[in-house]
Design a protein around this ligand. Sequence first.
Ligand code: MTE
Length: 335
Amino acid sequence: MWIKKNHRWALSENEATPESVYKERRDILKKLGIAVVGVPLAANSQAGVLDLFSSKEEPAQDRRIDLSASKPDKYQADLSLTPEDKVLKYNNFYEFGTGKSDPAEKSGGFVSDPWSVKVDGLVGNPITLNYEDIFNKFTLEERIYRLRCVEAWSMNIPWIGFPLSDIIKMANPKSEAKYVAFETLYDPEQFPGQNSWGGSIDYPYVEGLRLDEAMNPLTLISVGLYGKTLAPQNGAPLRLVVPWKYGFKSIKSIVRIRLTDQEPPTTWNRLAPHEYGFYANVNPQVDHPRWSQASERFIGEGNLFSSRRQPTLMFNGYEEEVAHLYKNMDLRKFY
Ligand code: MTE
């Protein structure tokens, strides 16, 4: 097992987890060849939440595959993680509908296996990965990251995945490559929202990063969370996780990763450029034109009556790891 001790976000998990839980989990993950890397959690992240999970409709059947062979309750509440059922039921995935419960309720028939993701553009070695490849060709790690949505709510999620840089290196980028463009599956039969948005979102959903952002060790391709493969509503079978940026950068159900020399178009920027920038770095000092970004509602344990706001952190708490990427940039201009 490889633990990158030199990074703050890669503290050994026994620094954050009760020892018995840590040992049980480590043994199981070791058997599966999964490295475990934890992130210290915000001390004030134990807040409550509005009860937004009371939908009457039953969620789709759980078809996730166990990646850890251990009990879901191995994640102790004292880690301040967002409970698994909330990560599974409170989602933004407009391809399934605009309601927070739509993705869980409308994704029952979604087929994520077989899958194919192409890595092409300005690369010396274009590749196509299938469903098995994304689980077998890379060393999977667990990373506990904060997720901060531009809508001013947040979660702490134990992702499973591997650095995006592993895929990019495999494709051997050319020296002209300066950006990475991502694309979600386009399939209106599976994604009812791709038919019914009224033409505002020009699907497929697309996103992009600068190449140095994409190569940063924090940038993750996630294939699972809470010890299991991703549910469709969380972006099965693979999605991006960029923890220092607003959640809309973390594009789901990716079918194409393209290296390019031009800044690629991005879905929310195309839709409302004055509200959503290409960079979308979490920044409590730069408000959204319609609301403050200074604080956030943490979705944790609790219900309507115990909700609490917490201050939003610069770069979502990852300033040490990523501030250098934006040195000398005006973050009000490049929001
Ligand atoms: N990816 C696609 N393809 N479509 C989407 O609507 N929503 C984004 C992002 N990725 C979205 C997407 C937004 S706004 C957020 S906050 C996160 O996914 C939410 O991820 P989660 O539902 O797994 O918490």
